[in-house]
Design a protein around this ligand. Sequence first.
Ligand SMILES: NC(=O)c1ccc[n+]([C@@H]2O[C@H](COP(=O)([O-])OP(=O)(O)OC[C@H]3O[C@@H](n4cnc5c(N)ncnc54)[C@H](OP(=O)(O)O)[C@@H]3O)[C@@H](O)[C@H]2O)c1
Length: 225
Amino acid sequence: MSAFSIVVAADQASGIGLKGGLPWRLRKDMAFFANVTSTVPATTTSTTHSSSDIQRVNACIMGRRTWESIPAKFRPLVNRFNVIVSRDPHYLDDKPEKNNPMVALATSFQSALELAETYQRPRQATETTSPSGSAILIERVFLIGGGQLYTEGIESAACQHIFLTRIHTTVECDAFFPAIQESDYTVLPSKDAHSFLQNYVQDSIEEGTIVEGAYHYEYTVYNRI
Ligand SMILES: NC(=O)c1ccc[n+]([C@@H]2O[C@H](COP(=O)([O-])OP(=O)(O)OC[C@H]3O[C@@H](n4cnc5c(N)ncnc54)[C@H](OP(=O)(O)O)[C@@H]3O)[C@@H](O)[C@H]2O)c1
């Protein structure tokens, strides 16, 4: 089963969503999300298979409601392999993304991880093609929401990191992030989290409290113990 990381933005009460959408609009956090989920590691054990024909991408696993919360013009998430989790095996049948090779459907979270793993195997890299016609090799795997999927994913021993944007306020929400058990995860001190993130994305990341409009927030990192 693929190791994976959770990416989430939550308020002080662990609220993450309202009426099928995000309760806030945080431009910098959206860019941070895109950076974390799109960046493929510079060096990897897969480099022996890095022919120019192979497109190395990360996978984003998400619940069906989260998929539907993404505006149509922004989905599938570009340069990422999108895995939608729904109990309906025919969910994509009448959708425009049905034949998009960067979109897949899984009927359980477990099978979403297994699907991602098959694309991580080098021999599979030549067995699927991206829209540009090149083969796909999945590098990192992310669980990007929503509340239902996070609740299942956080329990998994395969969850290595939680990248949690903590918003220092409480707003009305109807979807929530589950409690992070201290016995399972340890939060990095803020300096260490910042170094970890910069190394993870090989890019500079804003440090400390970020202010956007009325919102104050910071990027935090939890690692599985
Ligand atoms: N703040 C953040 O970082 C963040 C991130 C992502 C999402 N969100 C927000 O979170 C909210 C959506 O979260 P949500 O909890 O309502 O929904 P969700 O987790 O995105 O999706 C729930 C759907 O996933 C499928 N599903 C869930 N568990 C499953 C399982 N074990 N096996 C198979 N399918 C399963 C079901 O689809 P079917 O009904 O089709 O079977 C279910 O209705 C939205 O408001 C969104 O904006 C926030």
